[in-house]
Design a protein around this ligand. Structure first.
Ligand SMILES: Nc1ncnc2c1ncn2[C@@H]1O[C@H](COP(=O)(O)OP(=O)(O)OP(=O)(O)O)[C@@H](O)[C@H]1O
Length: 223
């Protein structure tokens, strides 16, 4: 291991799943995060609340190593946030727009996600679980917004990365779809996944991610 690399976590030294220390983030002229501190234990479920524009999506992107902090420190499963390669081995971010490949079919999207993480899984069963079996070979660009959300959830559930970040899981879903989200996310937690959900529906999100945090004016508070 090179001397500039962060130490590998070992079974004898358990790491917090997520840790932020005095983390600041500026995007353009705007300061979005102002000294955020966070400690999340492995397997914990966190609901992230905040008004439109509060910075929830930005914080999720930063944790997924898609944005670099302006100042401060952050670790995911013991790895420095700036070490995006290592962080991405542990994390999955389901973005608000589902983040799917529009010209691939539902099946191909799930197969591709498994391949990217060198994982195997039952794609047909995953599609059945979110009632998309009839659309398995349909290209994502021809799916409704709710169907895309279901497909993205199937992907997050299939991958079950140790840290799973989900941006607005309940948006665009009907009542049955929202119930399905709760079931799939609860199963992830039961399997030991650390879950962070950004949502505008605290009463729903807290059923599977009971610890609530609120982002306001760039600062993260316990609810
Ligand atoms: N690439 C960017 N460059 C500059 N500013 C950005 C960029 N991305 C987001 N922002 C700004 O960051 C702030 C936080 O946006 P963000 O999307 O994180 O909020 P949010 O809490 O997820 O909101 P919502 O509930 O509406 O989804 C907003 O003021 C937004 O304009």
């Amino acid at each position: 291991m090179g001397k500039d690399q962060p130490p590998h976590p070992t079974p004898h030294a358990p790491q917090p799943a997520l840790q932020l220390r005095d983390l600041w983030l500026r995007l353009g002229r705007e300061v979005i995060l102002r000294g955020v501190n966070l400690d999340v234990l492995p397997g914990e479920g966190i609901t992230l609340l905040g008004e439109n524009g509060a910075g929830k999506t930005t914080l999720l992107r930063l944790l997924a190593s898609g944005l670099r902090p302006t100042r401060g420190e952050g670790r995911v499963m013991g790895f420095d946030l700036r070490d995006s390669r290592a962080v991405r081995d542990y994390i999955h971010l389901m973005p608000v727009d589902a983040g799917l490949y529009p010209d691939l079919s539902c099946t191909e999207n799930l197969e591709f996600a498994l391949k990217m993480h060198a994982q195997t899984g039952d794609v047909a069963a995953a599609l059945r679980r979110v009632t998309l079996e009839a659309a398995a070979s349909r290209r994502v660009r021809f799916l409704s917004a709710g169907m895309r959300k279901r497909l993205a959830l199937a992907r997050a559930h299939l991958l079950a990365r140790p840290v799973t970040l989900i941006d607005e899981p309940f948006a665009n879903l009907d009542t049955a779809g929202r119930q399905l989200v709760l079931e799939l996310l609860a199963e992830l937690r039961t399997g030991g996944v650390t879950l962070l959900i950004a949502a505008h529906e605290p009463e729903l999100a807290r059923q599977v991610a009971p610890r609530a945090l609120r982002l306001a004016a760039g600062i993260l508070h316990e609810e």
